[in-house]
Design a protein around this ligand. Sequence first.
Ligand code: HEC
Ligand code: HEC
Length: 281
Amino acid sequence: MYRFMLAFGCLTLSTTLATTTNAETALERGEYLVEGPMGCGNCHTPLGPDGPIMDQHLGGRLVEDSDMFTAYAANITPGGVIADWTDAELGRAIREGIRPDGTVIGPLMPFGFYRNISDTDLAAIVTYLRSVPVVDLVQPASVWNIPLPPAYGPPLDAVADLPRGVTVEWGEYVAQVSHCMECHSGWGPTGPMIDTHLGAGGFEFHGPWGVSIAPNITNGPDGLLAYTDAEIADMIIAGQRPDGSAMLPPMPYPYLARMTPEDLDALILYLRSVPPLPDAG
Ligand code: HEC
Ligand code: HEC
């Protein structure tokens, strides 16, 4: 069984929310993405009994320990492995999963979706990572007992920005960088079955909370059809169901809570467009 040792807690980020006006700086945009919808810290920040250890934010941790692999998410602060990498090398690692030495980064990083990150957003993420406080932690190398792919696709030259707005297209981009469908699609032997099971759910997560199963979030009767937009919004950003009960990890609610209202509206518009599929069963 594939086990995710993820958890969530209350994030106490002292940083301020970035705005989504196009006048924002690269640093602001990068902060918004990393600390907001992309939630890098959901995997890269050490966990204590009370949740993420914020004075070691992005310092890396053991994410997954199974027969198939033992995956340590690296220290991605300026004190970590990325310190000597150029911006282009760091960008390639994040978007394409290839390190400067040519090795492939393991598939827990959602590269299938990160390949859509625009050049501007990638540069913003790199700018922000260069600015975060140094954490002095060294994570062991991951061990992969499954073959890693030679690459996650052909080399990428340029990825253009999409126009922002409350549109299905922008909402899809928000979903891609937030890797919603990495967790919410049915999984086959090589990962989420995006082409055939997009949003159908069924993937099980094991952790200190027990077992949680990513539900069907397609726009059909087995998915989100019966919920109002406001109910969907509360589930995504507050981790709260319509009956008021709290939802389980590892969905990164505290990070998603920082999403701007516009991005959230666009995301929900996109979810309404996801073709209905039955539950994975
Ligand atoms: C679902 C968990 C997860 C998320 C989300 C995630 N990462 Fe990772 N990341 C990992 C794991 C696990 C590794 C190590 C893989 C390996 O060792 O092969 C890794 C490796 C990396 C590396 C390569 C370091 C190295 O040499 O091993 C970089 C850079 C990185 N992540 C940056 C990011 C950034 C930036 C984000 C957010 C935009 C992010 N990650 C989101 C799990 C995650
Ligand atoms: C790391 C995995 C993960 C990621 C990333 C993730 N989710 Fe989830 N999601 C879950 C799990 C697990 C549950 C079930 C929680 C529970 O049972 O309490 C869930 C529940 C939900 C629900 C409640 C559905 C229902 O019918 O109960 C919605 C809606 C949802 N997620 C939407 C999203 C969206 C939109 C995104 C991206 C912005 C996202 N999720 C990202 C794992 C994830």
